[in-house]
Design a protein around this ligand. Structure first.
Ligand code: PLP
Length: 484
């Protein structure tokens, strides 16, 4: 018998778009067991699903427009059995690739509430108390990360959009109409979204300076100083430094305090891309590693990384809320008056008008669990990465190129006398061998010297000591096979 019929759902139950409560309860009742089953299987699921699915994709692309409704169970079956598994297992404990995301269930609750009550949080006037919840969550981020004076900002869809809005605000405040002379500085290790955002913000590639990094992959201050001087001598207008608090490649933290001093002396806006690393400011004893961040003009931080939220939540914190407002504000005859500058007003402080009520997933998660639980989890991730890196460094052949500053480290497998090509090939073989075991999923990067690096990033709230042990075991065993 069709499970939908079993649960007493018939086509008539969905005859109206306004689904009756008892029907909705039954629909949710069909989804929940699937979710539970999925989450319960995560620990044994391959750390990376099979994404080589050209035939299934081609078949799926033929899906016809649905003129009539379909029973929910019939949709859930392929979704959970076929489509979701053909993906990187991002919510799983073995996902140590890129910068892991999260997926706290508290956010699912919040999203259910936010989408069913569907209030409008684009403009302050439309839901002042709900917008205030977002403002509170932003303020808590600033307080939790010990960033006094940076309580204002914007919740975005991710770090890319947060970096983008920061660049736009800096450009508007520091360049005004002198767009073409403005020069932006960032390191060779900065995230792709920095140069992409610069382009979107009208800063052309010939006005973006890529500053080289030192042996720890941090931006070189001497090179930055020289580049600024050279641009001033050429009659250009240096206006912005985008530094990194935890790069995606190796987790490197730029010399934030020194860059802050240089920016102050030179009158430049200092934006810190802390999408990955900012979360470690929540842990008091790790704050020193991100010293100087509190002096920035703006900060991008990803709650969907460091606070374990599901994808789709980034945050921008700014020192001068008026700069953010000035860059994004606008009115129209069909809109209510903007809120006073002292108040968060998302459409006045950011590029979107209509938007989801993304503040609730952050607010509810922080309220439900309490910050101390997040702190403990972040402390644990840092310790797991630190211990793993220390153990690996002791093994023959393992060359710890970038020890963990936060919770990410990068290394090579190298034998004495190896050429760069040989080391790169060996490291690639190690990575492939470990990934083939499917208990953990690791992704590589290449540095400015052309070195192919294996990397481990511990940030998923589901990654615990047992899985990191498995990661070490697989690395040790595969390396032993490769170097005998
Ligand atoms: C993830 C990341 C970004 C981009 O953020 P999205 O949320 O993916 O848009 C930017 N910078 C760093 C350092 C990151 O780790």
């Amino acid at each position: 018998m069709n499970p939908a019929t079993e649960l007493g759902l018939s086509a008539d139950d969905l005859a109206d778009l306004d689904v009756p409560p008892e029907v909705f309860t039954r629909l949710v009742g069909q989804v929940l067991p699937r979710i539970h089953e999925h989450l319960a299987a995560l620990a044994d699921a391959p750390a990376c699903g099979d994404v080589h699915v050209p035939e299934q994709r081609a078949a799926l692309a033929e899906e016809p427009i649905p003129e009539q409704g379909t029973a929910l169970q019939d949709l859930l079956e392929p979704l959970f059995a076929e489509w979701i598994p053909a993906s990187f297992t991002t919510p799983g404990p073995g996902y140590l690739a890129y910068v892991p995301g999260g997926g706290l269930l508290s956010s699912a609750l919040a999203d259910l509430i936010a989408t069913t009550t569907n209030r409008y949080t684009g403009v302050w006037q439309a839901a002042p108390l709900l917008v205030q919840l977002e403002a509170n969550a932003l303020r808590w981020l600033a307080e939790g990360m010990a960033l006094p004076g940076m309580e204002r900002g914007l919740l975005t869809t991710g770090g890319s959009m947060a970096n983008f809005s920061a660049i736009v605000a800096a450009r508007e405040q520091r360049l005004g109409e002198h767009l073409r002379e403005g020069v932006l500085y960032t390191s060779s290790q900065a995230h792709l979204c920095v140069t992409k955002s610069a382009r979107l913000a009208g800063i052309l590639p010939d006005r973006v300076r890529t500053i080289p990094v030192d042996a720890r992959y941090g931006l070189r201050l001497d090179a930055l100083r020289e580049a600024i001087a050279a641009d001033r001598a050429a009659g250009l207008r240096p206006f912005l430094v985008v530094s990194s608090a935890g790069t995606t490649n190796t987790g490197a933290v730029d010399p934030l305090d020194e860059i802050a001093s240089l920016c102050e002396a030179e009158g430049l806006w200092h934006h810190v891309d802390a999408a990955y690393g900012g979360c470690f400011r929540f842990v008091p004893e790790l704050r020193e590693r991100l010293a100087g961040m509190e002096r920035a003009d703006s900060i991008a931080f990803d709650p969907h990384k460091g606070l374990f939220l599901p994808y789709g939540t980034g945050a921008l914190l700014v020192r001068d809320a008026r700069a953010l407002r000035a860059a994004h504000a606008g009115t129209a005859s069909y809109l209510p008056d903007p809120a006073a500058e002292a108040l968060l007003d998302p459409a006045q402080d950011g590029p979107e008008l209509s938007r989801d009520f993304r503040g609730l997933r952050l607010w509810l998660s922080l309220k439900l669990f309490g910050l101390e639980r997040f702190r403990a989890a972040l402390r644990e991730k840092h310790e797991l990465a630190s211990r793993a890196a220390a153990q690996l460094a002791e093994l023959p052949g393992f060359d710890m190129i970038a020890p963990p500053q936060l919770s990410l480290f990068a290394f090579q497998l190298r034998l004495d006398g190896d050429s760069l090509e040989q080391t790169n090939a060996r490291t690639r073989a190690l990575l492939e061998g470990v990934n083939a075991r499917r208990r953990v999923y690791l992704t590589p990067c290449t540095d400015d010297a052309g070195r192919f690096l294996a990397r481990v990033c511990v940030l998923s709230f589901r990654t615990r000591a047992d899985r990191v042990e498995e990661c070490l075991r697989d690395l040790r065993e595969v390396a032993a096979e490769l170097i005998g």
